[in-house]
Design a protein around this ligand. Structure first.
Ligand code: DAH
Length: 358
């Protein structure tokens, strides 16, 4: 049988020898690059085993059957060995850097948990933005406050029955001057006096901040909550300014179609004092059968009024020269209305199922 140079050596023995040599060589390799070089040398398009297999066609039938089977077996053997060695080496590399058991690099990555702003923070920003757009500045004040600012300066002297509207937690405090009544502020209104003491008209500020009350909690009462106070003082400010400003605010937060209603209310530091309502956005003011406005068609959203002359005089302003308006609102209540939240306690109970919705 004529033998071409390539076919020469294509015998069971030569296949066996080639396989052994290849396997031996393979066992000595220790990195992925030399494995690749080995693959090309034996199993590549011009690899030694590949060329041998090509020579099969030139053998006679009987030889082709036996030798062919052996050659194909040899090819499978080399492929399997290569796969195994590749795995061994990569496991070895992982083990070397000490990560074999701690990281499964084939696992899909864990998504990063995205944080978000607390619903109270979101609504506080929305409320403050509305007033900033109308020229108000933002200031903050102390949560632990003197009785002096929380009550006295707001025309609520000791023994005044209006103090009953604001029960709170008292702090034991005394200095050289003796006992100083100190408390967790019950509202942000004390900042009215602090801001006026520290500056001169014109004043336009909003004061977001945390407040506390000695209170049994239920769906609409918390012992700690936020308020946003507002104060505008200048020469010639009237009740019309109060109405215009708060009307604009209501439309910004609850939609351009909202109507507003002012009714007389009592707060010792304003005169006249009002509560402000918007017509119910859920039933469009119709009222009957509406859960949001409880059939009334109106929703109270804040207290307000013209700054009491005694409060102005208390900080040294001339009440004959300056007038102003003040307002106070509860952001949680605004958020509850806007987003249909039925229990104020959800805000501060740290339940992620609730918080994630915002
Ligand atoms: N401080 C009041 C409260 O906590 C709310 C309030 C009412 C603030 C009328 C004001 C106001 O500035 O004018 O109940």
């Amino acid at each position: 049988m004529p033998e071409s140079p390539e076919v020469s050596g294509l015998t069971p023995r030569s296949i066996e020898e080639l396989t052994q040599a290849a396997v031996q060589e393979l066992e000595g390799l220790s990195d992925q690059e030399s494995l690749e070089a080995w693959r090309v040398a034996y199993l590549g398009r011009r690899g030694r085993l590949t060329l041998m297999l090509r020579g099969l066609s030139q053998l006679d039938l009987e030889q082709r059957r036996t030798t062919g089977a052996l050659a194909n077996q040899a090819k499978r053997t080399l492929e399997e060995r290569l796969e195994r060695r590749t795995r061994e080496i990569s496991e070895g590399e992982l083990a070397r850097i000490g990560l074999q058991d701690s990281i499964d690099v084939t696992l899909p990555g864990r998504p990063m948990a995205l944080g978000r702003l607390h619903p109270t923070t979101q609504i506080l920003r929305e409320i403050c933005d509305a007033f900033v757009a109308m020229g108000f500045g933002i200031v903050e004040g102390p949560e632990v406050e003197w009785d002096h600012y929380n009550f006295e300066m707001l025309n609520i002297p000791k023994g005044h029955p209006a103090r009953d509207m604001w029960n709170t937690l008292w702090i034991d405090y005394s200095n050289e001057a003796g006992e100083q009544p100190m408390l967790l502020r019950t509202h942000t209104s004390p900042m009215q006096a602090r801001v006026m003491e520290a500056s001169q008209p014109p004043i336009r500020v909003v004061v977001p901040g945390k407040c506390y009350r000695y209170e049994a909690t239920d769906a609409t009462h918390e012992w700690h909550f936020y308020q946003v106070e507002g104060l505008a003082v200048d020469d010639g400010i009237t009740f019309a300014d109060l109405k215009g400003t708060l009307y604009e605010f209501a439309r910004r937060l609850f939609g351009a179609d909202r109507k507003v209603r002012f009714r007389c209310d009592y707060f010792p530091f304003v005169e006249p004092g009002v509560d402000m309502s918007i017509d119910c956005f859920a039933c469009d003011g119709r009222g009957s059968g509406c859960r949001i406005c409880r059939d009334s068609g109106w929703i109270e959203i804040m207290g307000a009024g013209m700054v009491h002359p005694r409060v102005l005089a208390g900080v040294g302003y001339d009440p004959e020269k300056y007038t102003g308006f003040a307002f106070g609102l509860g952001p949680e209540r605004i958020a509850m209305l806007k987003y249909g939240i039925e229990d104020i306690r959800l805000f501060y109970s740290n339940d992620l199922r609730f918080l994630r919705q915002f």
